[in-house]
Design a protein around this ligand. Sequence first.
Ligand SMILES: Nc1ncnc2c1ncn2[C@@H]1O[C@H](COP(=O)(O)OP(=O)(O)OP(=O)(O)O)[C@@H](O)[C@H]1O
Ligand SMILES: [Mg+2]
Length: 281
Amino acid sequence: MAETTTAPALTATEVTMAYRTRRGHTVVALDRVSLDVRRGEFVSLIGPSGCGKSTLLYILGGLRRQTSGEVALDGQRITGPTPRKVGFVFQDYTLFPWRTIISNVEVGLEFRGVGRKERREHAAYNLDLVGLGAFANAYPGELSGGMQQRVAIARALSMDPEILLMDEPFGALDEQTRTVLGEELARILEKTGKTIVFVTHSLSEAVFLSDRVVVMSARPGRIKEILTVAEPRPRQPAFSTSQSFTDLRNGLFDLLHEEVRAATLAEMSGAGIGGDGGRRG
Ligand SMILES: Nc1ncnc2c1ncn2[C@@H]1O[C@H](COP(=O)(O)OP(=O)(O)OP(=O)(O)O)[C@@H](O)[C@H]1O
Ligand SMILES: [Mg+2]
């Protein structure tokens, strides 16, 4: 089982993010969000569209600068990206179509200046880990969406970050595929002991994978509640048909339903941000 220690790996303290739109409006995406993510922990962020989940992930990864508040990695203030420690997997997996699968996995290591032999070995190991060793010399166009997403995960893992920030990595896939990929991810994580912050819209995915599920409120994003999933890891497929799973999922549904309802009604009335919609993928 992955080590979960009490020392927080990532901390957000009173993080507020106010965007200035091109039309001069201010959108408060996050309002004083505080969160500790412990080493080896799997934390999901769930909440209505536009509540600031991606924003929080970008800030945690140093890709975007918060308006106020602090984010820290192992107690050190985050002021920019730290690709050696923190990796990203986004929803659109953006593989280079002209490169083979293995050379897509290698790309970050190449940027880092790792020698050819070493990066090939490293990439092959991670490709095996996601079950795609046999496709090393194929091209992205020859793989299904789910397979390409696994390549993107292998690419992120091959950089060997301590922390992986994942923004709806399975969002574009059908429910069965994402369930199986979720199980795969659970298996891979047991092997690698990574710390994960994972954005999803799927209640089942959140419950199945997470140690804790952070429920965010409609914009301005705040933390509404944090649910603990005590089920031991590695999570087994049978967990997803158990009563405890159903109870957790239903609890999450109730919490989220209120928020999505509030967000949707606010949007329908054009409230809050001067009527420019305020939504972004
Ligand atoms: N670059 C930007 N400029 C202005 N406003 C932005 C920008 N990025 C995000 N926003 C606004 O900030 C709010 C939060 O956006 P964010 O993308 O973080 O939401 P989200 O929770 O990830 O939503 P979704 O579930 O739809 O992906 C939204 O209202 C959005 O319109
Ligand atoms: Mg988002």
